[in-house]
Design a protein. Structure first.
Length: 163
């Protein structure tokens, strides 16, 4: 049975595609790519059908990640097929929990940086959209730092299903 993770930010052109690309690479490196499916979406549909922001693509590709992406809007009906819905900030977290059809679905929503022990109480990944390239680099650093803890949690869940 495939374990499914969806990363969610506002427009699905900056933070969530970055998280999707980084985590997909971590899953492949760990040998879980046949067991774990990774995608992303936005809370809004403003950019549906668009590629990722060119700055996101540039930062991803400069660090060896795949920059290919097509934006889409998160749909409440997806909860039933997802195991984890990873929000990039508290606003997304609240919006997703409101969209969840059941309490069990709401429990699937987590903040990405909650998987980074060094994050402390600052669990939001700031939106780099209105800033310069340094914000995109900072976003990547935060995503990479949280991805290790998230991978460990997903690996444990996947191994628990197989056992």
């Amino acid at each position: 049975m495939t374990y499914r993770v969806c990363f969610v930010c506002t427009g699905n052109i900056c933070r969530s595609p970055m998280a999707e690309s980084v985590f997909r690479a971590r899953v492949a490196e760990d040998g879980l790519d046949g067991l774990v499916e990774v995608d992303s979406a936005g809370t809004g549909g403003w950019h549906e059908g668009d590629g990722a922001d060119p700055r996101t693509v540039s930062v991803l590709e400069a660090h060896g990640y795949d920059g290919a992406h097509t934006a889409r809007q998160f749909q409440p009906s997806w909860f039933s097929r997802l195991d984890l819905v990873i929000a990039l900030d508290h606003g997304h977290f609240k919006a997703l929990r409101r969209l969840a059809p059941t309490p069990q679905d709401a429990a699937k929503v987590r903040l990405l940086r909650s998987y980074d022990p060094s994050a402390g109480d600052d669990l939001d990944v700031p939106d780099p959209y209105y800033g310069g390239m340094d914000g995109f680099e900072e976003c990547l650093e935060m995503v990479e730092a949280a991805s290790e803890g998230l991978l460990a949690a997903v690996r444990e869940d996947v191994e628990g299903r197989v056992a």
